[in-house]
Design a protein around this ligand. Structure first.
Ligand code: MG
Length: 368
C-alpha cells in the first residue's frame, strides 16, 4: 500500500486518470441478477448489452466509444462470434458434432429459436448459449448490409477453427494464418461494418490486409502475454518456430531464462512488425469515435508489448500494464498525431534494448 501511495505521488496525473476512468467504468458493472433469472418482459436489446458486460467487460466499455448507429451491429457481431468460440472451446462436445455445429452456426442465425443447453465452460457462457435466441432476434433486426458481414465472417471463422482443431501452429506463417482466423477476421468484419454504416469511406478499409494486421497485432499481444497461464493448461499459442530450436520442451523453455527470453523477444518483435500497418489503418479513419474505438486497444497492446519485452516474469505470471497507464491511454487518445507519437515513443524506448536492430527497422517503416 505504502509503495502504491509513493508511486502515485510521483505519477499524480495517472491517479487522476484512474478516477476519471473509474467513473466511466462504473456504469458498466454487471448487474447482480443472473441472466437465467431474467423476466420475460425484459427488453431483448438490454439483454444483449448485459450479456456483453458478462462475457467481456472491457469490450463493453470500448463499444460505448462508438457512434450510436454502430453499437448494436458491433455488439451483436461480438456476441455471435463469442457464441461460436464458446462452442469451439467446450471440450465436452464430441469432435464430429462440434465440427458440424461450427460450420452450421452462421446459418442458425436464421433460426429465431436456436439455443444450446449445457454448452460453455463457465456459467456466463452457458447463459449466453441458453439465451442465444434473444441475440438472434436482435441480429435479425439489423440492416441487411450488417447481417451479411456478420454471417460471412462467422462462416469463415468456423472453417479456420476446424482447420486448427487438427493442426499445430508450427511456422510463423502458420501463426499469421491462425491469427487471421481468430482475430484478423474480426478486424476485417469491423472495417466492413464501418463501411456499411457510411461513417467511414476510405478505400483502405476495403483492403483486408490492413484490417487483418489490426487483429493480428492484438491477438499476438494476448497470446504472448498469456504464456504462463496457457502453459498451466499444458499448451501455449506461440508458434513452435519461436521455441523448438531453443528448448526440447515447454518446461525447459520456462525454466531456462536465456532460452525463454530469446523466444519471448522473438514473438514480441514479430508482433511489432504489424505496427506500421496499424498506424496506416488508424490514419485513414475519419470518424473521431470510430478512431477512439480502434486506437484504444491498439495503444494498450503496444504498451503491453513494451512491458513484456525481455521481461522474465512473463515466463511465470500474467504481466499486465499498470492501471494508471491503462487509464492514461484510455482517457488521452484524441487524434491520430498524438496516438502515433505515443507509439513512436514506446518503440524508441524498446529499440534501446534491442541488439538485433529489428525494432530500428520497424521504426524506419513508419512515416515520421
Ligand atoms: Mg476458442
Amino acid at each position: 500500500m505504502i509503495r502504491r501511495v509513493l508511486y502515485y505521488s510521483f505519477h499524480a496525473s495517472e491517479l487522476a486518470h484512474i478516477f476519471q476512468m473509474k467513473n466511466e467504468f462504473s456504469q458498466f458493472k454487471p448487474s447482480k441478477y443472473r441472466l437465467t433469472e431474467l423476466s420475460q418482459d425484459r427488453d431483448d436489446r438490454d439483454y444483449c448489452y448485459e450479456a456483453l458486460k458478462k462475457v467481456s467487460r472491457s469490450f463493453a466499455v470500448v463499444i460505448q466509444q462508438l457512434p450510436k448507429e454502430l453499437q448494436d451491429p458491433v455488439c451483436l457481431f461480438y456476441l455471435i462470434l463469442r457464441g461460436l468460440d464458446t462452442v469451439e472451446d467446450d471440450m465436452n462436445i464430441p469432435n464430429d458434432t462440434k465440427e458440424a455445429l461450427l460450420l452450421s452456426f452462421a446459418d442458425r442465425m436464421n433460426n429465431e429459436e436456436f439455443v444450446l443447453e449445457n454448452v460453455g465452460d463457465t456459467q456466463d457462457y452457458q447463459d449466453l448459449m441458453l439465451h442465444f435466441d434473444i441475440i438472434i432476434r436482435e441480429y435479425q433486426k439489423l440492416d441487411s448490409a450488417y447481417k451479411e458481414v456478420i454471417t460471412e465472417i462467422t462462416k469463415e471463422m468456423a472453417i479456420g477453427m476446424n482447420k486448427y482443431a487438427h493442426k499445430n501452429v508450427e511456422s510463423y506463417n502458420d501463426w499469421d494464418d491462425y491469427c487471421y482466423y481468430v482475430a484478423g477476421l474480426v478486424g476485417i468484419g469491423l472495417s466492413k461494418l464501418f463501411l456499411a454504416s457510411k461513417l467511414e469511406t476510405s478505400s483502405k478499409l476495403e483492403s483486408n490486409d490492413l484490417s487483418n494486421e489490426m487483429g493480428l497485432f492484438l491477438q499476438k499481444t494476448n497470446i504472448t502475454r498469456d504464456f504462463a497461464e496457457d502453459l498451466e493448461m499444458g499448451r501455449i499459442f506461440w508458434p513452435e518456430a519461436s521455441w523448438k530450436n531453443k528448448a526440447t520442451n515447454l518446461k525447459e523453455l520456462q525454466s531456462s531464462e536465456p532460452k525463454g527470453l530469446a523466444a519471448l523477444n522473438e514473438v514480441v518483435i514479430n508482433a511489432l512488425n504489424h505496427v506500421p500497418a496499424c498506424l496506416d489503418y488508424l490514419h485513414c479513419l475519419q470518424n473521431e469515435k470510430v478512431f477512439r474505438f480502434c486506437a484504444i486497444p491498439q495503444l494498450m497492446a503496444i504498451a503491453t508489448l513494451q512491458e513484456l519485452y525481455n521481461n522474465p516474469k512473463v515466463l511465470h505470471e500474467n504481466v499486465k500494464i499498470r492501471k494508471g497507464k491503462t487509464a492514461k491511454y484510455f482517457m488521452s487518445i484524441k487524434g491520430y498525431d498524438r496516438t502515433k507519437k505515443e507509439f513512436i515513443t514506446i518503440l524508441k524506448k524498446m529499440e534501446k534494448k534491442d541488439k538485433t536492430g529489428q525494432i530500428a527497422s520497424i521504426l524506419t517503416k513508419i512515416n515520421l
